[in-house]
Design a protein around this ligand. Sequence first.
Ligand code: 9MR
Length: 378
Amino acid sequence: MIRSLHAHSTASAGLPGNGPTTSTSASSTTSTVLTTSSTTTRSTTSASSTPTALRGLHNLAKAKGRYFGTAIDGLQNNNDPAYQALTGNPAEFGISTAGNSLKWDATEPSRGTFTFTSADYHLKWAKDHGQLYRGHTLVWHSQLPNWVSSGGFSNSTLISIIENHISTVAGRYKGQLYAWDVVNEPFNEDGTYRTSVFYNTIGPAFIPIALRAARATDPSAKLYINDYNTDWIGSKSNAMYALAQSLVAQKVPLDGIGFQAHLIVNSFERTLPTNFQRFAALGLDIAITELDIRFKLPVTDALLASQAENYQYVVNACLGISRCVGITTWDTSDDYSWVPSTFPGEGAALLFDANKSPKPAYYAVANALAAATVKGNF
Ligand code: 9MR
């Protein structure tokens, strides 16, 4: 494991993927799930002579007006050529997200002192590999240095700290990023606002303040609010919807909603399409921003098959909606996932295994992308 993992201050009940435990039937998708995990058996469901999976997920997504991306972390210290070759393959991943290097603790560890070494390295690496870039994230309660969270600042001082942080960090990359997750994880599971230094000091107004600062700094970046466990219809997504509706009504600059989709195999409500659709109906883009679907180890063929079906369901939920611009998985192969260190005994959540071999879920996603009929507006 090369990535550094920051300690979580959140109780596990508040972590991504700790959603409802309702198990739903696997029969609600219509397309075929491939259950091969070998590169020698590939899907040929497409009309093209190139087997579907060989064309790469991003190429398949691009043909349908969408992107497929991945997240990466700790790149400067990475000595794994197979991982870099796969993660940097623009046929598979056309857009890259830094897992940690653009967060507040990485970019402004002390007040007014900015460090961009890791973010610069990552952005250059993505460009060198023909990839676009999603920025993650500007205002978040976590991975926030103590000088911000415990600074005891007044309302107006904290607003100016937010505005300075955004104008400096987003300003450095002006015009270079496809999108920014401007605000990350503002809600509790029950749909109330999460208590954070931002909410406690400024109230919910910290959200439009951050969005306006981001638009003023980088007018060409798509501006997102991003959260987890908002993927299905429930208290938390209802709160996100009410927020989105009110921001749109007030003409606050907001371009999209990010659905992280940190999921557990067979443990999420099958209401993603209806949920996504109501956000799209507000005139917003939507994106799946941190997709992974974990399960309790050990890996079995049955679990891999269920995971493949679950991935296909989630990807199809995006592919049915033209405003769903793309999908990002939260890293590339299982040996780099954040899951095992955060949820001991769980893992195997991504599309590629630790040998960088595509799993059944990879083929299920490739097939879903190839079969999509609704064009996206990426
Ligand atoms: O992948 C990130 C991991 O390396 C960090 O330790 C962790 C700290 O919270 O953050 C991870 O990424 C999170 C993302 O920024 C926001 N959504 C949840 C992700 C997984 O925890």
